[in-house]
Design a protein around this ligand. Structure first.
Ligand code: GDP
Length: 327
């Protein structure tokens, strides 16, 4: 990997001016696994902090084929027409597992990606889901500091990634199809609890089914006592796109106070998440691998209960008992 040219003192200034190369370099730094880069990345994040937070952060999910990239292209171009700068980030839980991103294996959002007002960041090609999302949050902050006013974070419809995206965003959209059999199952799995707005896409194909799906979804929301809204669109024909933005603008005005709290809660939750990861990494660095393996074998073969084996290893590593009695 080429050096991200991190030592240039003007990186920060250029980033604040919205320089795309500076943004790309910053992202390389944020995603770097080298310890010295990570330290610089943390310093930069702290420096960026006062310049972040002004964007509307929108999560978008939907099963493959629901029309996410078609929608994002149409929606992004509409935002640019409104003089807004838009960044598109992707969390793809299939990348790394399958060896390739299902989202990246086709040319996506061609028109949008050629616009200077847009910044599209494909999913990193490897990494655990949590790790990818961790960087996505940092990348989002860098985009905000670079002046992007709307951040779209996209994911495919897999439960865990949706929870992650909603922990990063202000408002959560789900794209579904007029004959939403599968997606309605999501209602039962509780995914709709995260959703603020459902877009029934491809209504040009099956308008009657779209109406039926809308009624079904609205009654599901009533049952859940959530205020989520359902809109019909055709991403391909550009129908309903302007209404989506109008709705989101109103939503932002109406929820301004809640949004502040939501972001504060998200930040507190990320603190806990980072803490968990750091404590785990710290433990991994401290633990004696032979003892760990010996205790793992004892748990495995049943000579010691797994709970006792885990306790013993922790005690051994830290040299004393200083963890909850009730575990
Ligand atoms: P993604 O996998 O969710 O990103 O879905 P894509 O945006 O790639 O769309 C999948 C297919 O559906 C493509 O062939 C699109 O052209 C098509 N498509 C997307 N939106 C619409 C729509 O509103 N109407 C119709 N008829 N086709 C659409």
């Amino acid at each position: 990997m080429p050096s991200p040219d991190l030592h240039r003192p003007d990186l920060f200034a250029q980033l604040l001016q919205g320089n795309r190369r500076a943004l790309a370099r910053t992202i390389t730094l944020l995603e770097s696994r080298k310890p010295e880069h990570q330290e610089q990345a943390r310093a930069l994040l702290q420096q960026l902090l006062p310049y972040t937070g002004k964007a509307l952060r929108i999560g978008i999910s939907g099963t493959p084929g629901a029309g996410k990239s078609t929608f994002i292209e149409a929606f992004g171009l509409h935002l640019i027409q409104q003089n807004l700068k838009v960044a598109v980030l992707t969390i793809d839980p299939s990348s790394g597992v399958s060896g390739g991103s299902i989202l990246a294996d086709k040319t996506r959002m061609e028109k949008l990606s050629s616009r200077p007002e847009a910044f599209i960041r494909p999913s990193p090609s490897a990494g655990v889901l949590g790790g990818v999302a961790l960087h996505t949050r940092e990348v989002m902050l860098a985009c905000e500091a670079a002046g992007f006013e709307v951040i779209l974070i996209e994911t495919v419809g897999v439960g865990q990634s949706e929870t992650l995206v909603s922990s990063l965003t202000d408002v959560f959209l789900m794209l579904t199809l007029p004959n939403a059999g599968d997606d309605l199952q999501a209602v039962k799995r509780g995914i709709l609890e995260l959703v603020d707005l459902v877009l029934i896409n491809k209504t040009d194909l099956l308008p009657e089914k779209a109406n039926l799906t809308q009624v079904q979804l609205e009654s599901a929301f009533r049952l859940q006592k959530t205020a989520a809204k359902v809109l019909q669109i055709s991403a391909l024909q550009g129908k309903g796109i302007a209404q989506v933005w109008e709705h989101l603008k109103l939503w932002r005005e109406k929820h301004a106070a809640d949004l502040l709290h939501k972001r504060q809660d998200q930040q507190a939750a990320w603190f806990e998440e980072h803490l968990k990861q750091l404590v785990w990494l710290h433990f991994q660095a401290q633990v004696n691998p032979q003892k760990r393996e010996a205790l793992r074998q004892q748990a495995r073969t049943g000579t010691m209960d797994p709970l006792n084996a885990a306790h013993l290893l922790l005690e051994d590593t830290h040299g004393e008992k200083h963890f909850p009695e009730d575990h």
